[in-house]
Design a protein around this ligand. Structure first.
Ligand code: 13P
Length: 241
């Protein structure tokens, strides 16, 4: 059975004090996580060690938002896999569209980062998705297939999560139709050799639309940005019906 993974991507939000405040409320609202459901908080680097200590043995896991492909070296501003595992991080987001857009990540560097994550025993969440212009030009399917093929070269599909995040749906309140997200996720799955890879949807997921999204048969969870900052709302998303 495919695992359900609900992950919050806090992006560049929350100090340690704010993370602790979040956790106290979020933890009190979490209902059954169920054996098949994993909950992950992907926080800024400065919160990771702190959160990992607070979340120890709670069943909620900690994720980073980036990883460098080398173990160490002259790479100012980057963080390696060994640095993340040492402090209790389990997941890492790789290739988020904001990293591709603002920090020059390419399909090739994304692939390097995925391989590094797996080498260190982290589970990478590979983000892929098309722009509005690509969707309007009916290039979505080709863009997605290209990103997936180039991203997962030599990657172990037994330790991989993929997130379909259409860029036009991120932070815009404009969610992709659940049936269309389901179709694209099916397309992504058709490119894999392991059909059990969990594939999430991301892009304006909120407490009001999560139930419909999660009824879709191909969708194995959500990667949530803005709505993961509010502990009550994110608990409602995790407790989807
Ligand atoms: P929003 O949920 O704010 O649209 O962000 C989605 C996202 O980028 C998660 O990685």
């Amino acid at each position: 059975m495919r695992k359900i993974i609900i992950a919050g991507n806090w992006k560049m939000h929350k100090t340690q004090a704010e993370a602790l405040e979040f956790w106290q409320v979020f933890n009190s609202k979490l209902r059954t996580k169920g054996e098949n459901k994993e909950v992950v908080l992907c926080a800024p680097f400065t919160c990771l060690s702190f959160l990992a200590k607070h979340l120890d043995n709670t069943g909620v896991l900690v994720g980073a938002q980036n990883i460098h492909w080398e173990d160490e070296g002259a790479y100012t501003g980057e963080v390696s896999g060994g640095m993340l595992t040492e402090i209790g991080v389990s997941y890492v987001i790789v290739g988020h569209s904001e990293r591709r857009q603002y920090f020059a990540d390419t399909n090739e560097t994304v692939n390097f980062r995925l391989l590094a994550a797996q080498k260190h025993g982290l589970t990478p969440i590979l983000c892929i998705g098309e722009t509005k212009a690509q969707r309007d030009a009916e290039e979505t399917d080709n863009v997605i297939i290209n990103q997936i093929k180039k991203g997962i070269v030599d990657v172990d599909q037994n330790n991989l999560v993929i997130a379909y995040e259409p860029i036009w749906a991120i932070g815009t309140g404009e969610t992709c139709e659940a049936t269309e997200a389901n179709r694209i996720i099916g397309l992504i799955r058709s490119q894999l050799t392991n059909s059990d890879v969990p594939i999430q949807y991301g892009g304006s997921v909120n407490p009001n639309n999560v139930d419909e999204i999660m009824t879709q048969p191909e969708i194995d969870g959500a990667l949530v940005g803005g709505a993961s900052l509010d502990p009550v709302g994110f608990a409602r998303i995790v407790n989807y019906q």
